[in-house]
Design a protein around this ligand. Structure first.
Ligand code: PGA
Length: 251
C-alpha cells in the first residue's frame, strides 16, 4: 500500500514574512485533523531555514526546488545538496518543466542532479511531462519514456529507493487546465510499467508517482482516487493554506 505524498511547490513566491504567515496558517488549518498522506512544502532557497524551524513541531516535511550537481566550489549562484541538508531539507524537486524550458536543463543535467541528491540523502521529486504539441502529435509516451530512461540512466534499483516521480503535463501547469483523471492515470500506469521493465515489478509497485498540473481542492479527490496516482505536486493551490490542506485531506 503506497502512502500518498502531497508536495507544495511555492516556486518564486513568498518572502520571509509571507513564509512565516503561510506556515502559521497551514498549521492552523491542520490542527485537529488527521492526514493519511505525507506533506511537503518547498519554499524558495532563502526561506528554507526559517521554514524548517517553523516545521519542527509538525508532520510537514521540507523540500527545495532545485540543487546543483557539484558538491562545492566555484559555481556562482548555485546551492549544494549538503547546504540543503544543513537547513533541514529532506526532499528536492528536480527536472521541473520550468527548469527544463526556462533554464535549459537537459535530461543529462537532471540525471547528474538526481545522482548528487540521492548520494547526499535527499529524496528527489523527479518531474517528467510532455508539452501540448507533443500530446497532440501522439508522442506523449515516447517523450515520457525518454525523460525517464535518460534521467534514471545508470542508476541501480537500490539507489532509487527514495525516488518519487511526478508526472506533470506541461500544458496543465499553471493553466487551470488539469489532465482528466483518465489521461493522468494512463500515463501513470505507463510510467509504472516502464519502471517495472527497467528495474523490478516489486520496485515499480512501491514507487510513488505524483500528478502535477492545476491540482486544486475541487479536482483532487477524483485525481487522487486513480489506481496509479499516489499524490500531487501542487503549484498555485499550495499558496493558500486552506486549499493546500483540502488537497491533503483528499488523499
Ligand atoms: P500548478 O503547478 O499547480 O500551478 O499547475 C504545478 C507545478 O508546477 O508543480
Amino acid at each position: 500500500m503506497r502512502k500518498k505524498v502531497i508536495a507544495g511547490n511555492w516556486k518564486m513566491n513568498n518572502g520571509i514574512s509571507e513564509t512565516v504567515g503561510l506556515i502559521s496558517e497551514i498549521k492552523k488549518e491542520m490542527s485537529g485533523k488527521n492526514f493519511n498522506c505525507e506533506m511537503i512544502i518547498c519554499p524558495p532557497f532563502v526561506n528554507l531555514e526559517t521554514a524548517g524551524a517553523l516545521l519542527k513541531d509538525t508532520v510537514l516535511k521540507l523540500g527545495a526546488q532545485n540543487v546543483y550537481f557539484e558538491e562545492s566550489g566555484a559555481f556562482t549562484g548555485e546551492i549544494s545538496a549538503a547546504m540543503l541538508k544543513g537547513v533541514g531539507c529532506e526532499y528536492v524537486i528536480l527536472g521541473h518543466s520550468e527548469r527544463r524550458t526556462i533554464f535549459g536543463e537537459s535530461d543529462q543535467v537532471v540525471n547528474k542532479k538526481l545522482k548528487t541528491a540521492l548520494k547526499n540523502g535527499l529524496k528527489p521529486i523527479f518531474c517528467v511531462g510532455e508539452t501540448l504539441e507533443e500530446r497532440e502529435k501522439g508522442i506523449t509516451f515516447k517523450i515520457i519514456e525518454a525523460q525517464i530512461r535518460n534521467g534514471l540512466n545508470s542508476f541501480t534499483e537500490s539507489e532509487l529507493e527514495n525516488l518519487i516521480i511526478a508526472y506533470e503535463p506541461v500544458w496543465a501547469i499553471g493553466t487551470g487546465r488539469n489532465a482528466t483523471p483518465q489521461q493522468a492515470q494512463d500515463v501513470h500506469l505507463f510510467i509504472r510499467e516502464l519502471i517495472g521493465k527497467m528495474f523490478s515489478a516489486g520496485y515499480a509497485a512501491r514507487l510513488i508517482i505524483q500528478y502535477g498540473g492545476s491540482v486544486k481542492a475541487d479536482n483532487a479527490i477524483e485525481l487522487l482516487s486513480q489506481a496509479d496516482i499516489d499524490g500531487a505536486l501542487v503549484g498555485g493551490a499550495c499558496l493558500k493554506a486552506d486549499s493546500f490542506i483540502k488537497i491533503a485531506e483528499a488523499s
